[in-house]
Design a protein around this ligand. Structure first.
Ligand SMILES: *Cc1c(COP(=O)(O)O)cnc(C)c1O
Length: 463
């Protein structure tokens, strides 16, 4: 989306004077209106390619959770499927079949009660998955309220202030009151008692996040469910739980097999994950799985033609790419359980190792240590007052590293931290290079008299 303010900034730039390329004369082309005539493909390619050199190097970006490396064979498959439209189930029945297999694989991995076919689908990411999950919860709540002869006009949803922005979007777009539980002290995510404290007969669900984006910590899903069990006994109000496993849904099953967070808990109604995060696929795929058919009201499902038969769909988009779904299936097939376990364990080893080494440097307070999601956040010790986390973040940019600095949400907006996300493709070797660069920059920052940047002057960072 071209936001107003950005567009104005860009518009000030004049036409682009293209250098002589491929034996063409230098030529002026407009940047913001359609060029009048065709140009040779090589020239167009070179212009766009050159401009994109200014985009960051994705492999040096420890801000994003989204995959930045896939095997060449996966890339080849994706290239072969670039033209496939996921919605054309009649035209691409095999792509549709691979989607169904992926849903079944995830339902099994997350211990959904066994059924012939799992209830779920692919999406463009966890955000779309969150919308679908939220809509199903809202509709279920409404149906029950109406069946009980009660008003159904004031739904609310309960979650920690650390939720990813997609849940705020859900509440805003679908007119559901958002009950955000603020952070408190050194608890940076939702706790059972504080979640239950916000629940009433209008609560469509509690959202528990498996892997907070702020610090990589797991929310205590089982304890939240237990607290809601007790709440139901006292009040008769049955509040379902949705687990936002955008990252953790693809981490915990492999390297925390004893952690009970999924459909083993009867209160968990649905789970989403981002195929393009620890599912190890390039951007453009998410997944949502419901416990069973009862958790997804049938009236939300549309039926499309599929080889003369009908195929149920539940989605916000119509057309969308099939390549990412194919790549997800490739990863499942190629890595299997053991492959995923090794990839995620390696990421955790790199994260915990890197966190420990940064801890040893002296000026940092670690908020988390990378032992849940392979993600950790760290702040500066209170006595460091001559440079800020924003200064360090910008200093690391000099070598191309993108290490985001940000302030925490409500009640802890005083806390400014840096965060590192370790993904597939980020190696022990790269961690060594990052530590060396942090040391180099610290020796300079330690000599400066006072902080240069704060949250308002540093690059904005959105989770
Ligand atoms: C990334 C993330 C999302 C949004 O996921 P997309 O796949 O980027 O749409 C939602 N929730 C959590 C916890 C996340 O980490």
């Amino acid at each position: 989306m071209a936001l107003k303010h950005e567009v104005q900034e860009l518009r000030q730039a004049a036409d682009l004077l293209v250098a002589p390329l491929y034996s063409l004369e230098a030529e002026r082309i407009p940047r913001h209106t359609l060029v009048e005539n065709e140009m040779p493909p090589d020239v167009a390619y070179q212009i766009v390619h050159d401009e994109l050199m200014l985009d960051g190097n994705a492999r040096l970006n420890v801000a994003t959770f989204v995959s930045t490396w896939m095997e060449p064979q996966a890339e080849r498959l994706m290239a072969e499927c670039l033209d496939k439209n996921m919605i054309d189930k009649d035209e691409y029945p095999q792509t549709a079949a691979l989607e169904t297999r992926c849903v079944n694989i995830l339902a099994d991995l997350w211990h959904a009660p066994r059924q012939e076919e799992a209830t779920g689908c692919s999406t463009t990411g966890s955000s779309e998955a969150a919308m679908l999950a939220g809509l199903a919860l809202k509709r279920r709540w409404r149906n029950q309220r109406l069946a009980d002869g009660m008003p159904a006009d004031r739904p609310n949803i309960v979650m920690g202030a650390n939720v990813q922005v997609c849940w705020e979007k859900f509440a805003n777009y679908w007119d559901v009151e958002m009950r955000l539980v603020p952070m408190e002290g050194e608890t940076y995510h939702l706790t059972p008692d504080r979640a239950v404290g916000q629940c009433d007969e209008n609560t469509i669900a509690v959202v528990a996040v498996l892997g907070s984006t702020f610090d990589g910590s797991y929310e205590p899903v089982a304890d939240i469910c237990a607290a809601l069990d007790a709440f139901e006994q006292d009040s008769g109000i049955d509040v379902p739980v949705h687990v936002d496993g955008a990252s953790g849904g693809m981490v915990a099953p492999f390297i925390d097999p004893d952690l009970v967070w999924d459909f083993r808990l009867p209160r968990v109604a649905s789970i989403n994950t981002s195929g393009h995060k620890y599912g190890l696929v390039y951007p453009g795929v998410g997944w949502i799985v419901w416990r069973d058919v009862d958790a997804l009201p049938d009236e939300l499902i549309f039926r499309v033609n599929y080889l003369g038969d009908t195929m149920p769909t539940f989605a916000l988009n119509f057309s969308r790419p099939g390549a990412q779904v194919v790549a997800q299936y490739y990863n499942f097939l190629r890595l299997g359980f053991e492959g995923y376990r090794r990839v995620q364990q390696y990421a955790r080893d790199v994260a915990t190792g890197l966190a420990a080494r940064l801890d040893e440097l002296g000026p940092f307070d670690l908020l988390t240590r990378g032992d849940e999601l392979p993600v950790f956040a760290f702040a500066l010790k209170p006595e460091v007052d001559n440079y800020s986390v924003f200064d360090l973040s910008l200093a690391l940019r000099e070598r191309g590293w993108q290490v985001p600095a940000y302030t925490f949400p409500e009640n802890r907006t005083d806390l400014a931290a840096l965060r590192v996300v370790v993904r597939r493709g980020f190696t022990h070797d790269m961690a060594d290079l990052l530590v060396a660069d942090v040391k180099r920059q610290l020796s300079r920052l330690e000599k400066q008299p006072e902080p240069t940047h704060d949250a308002s002057s540093a690059t904005a960072f959105a989770h």
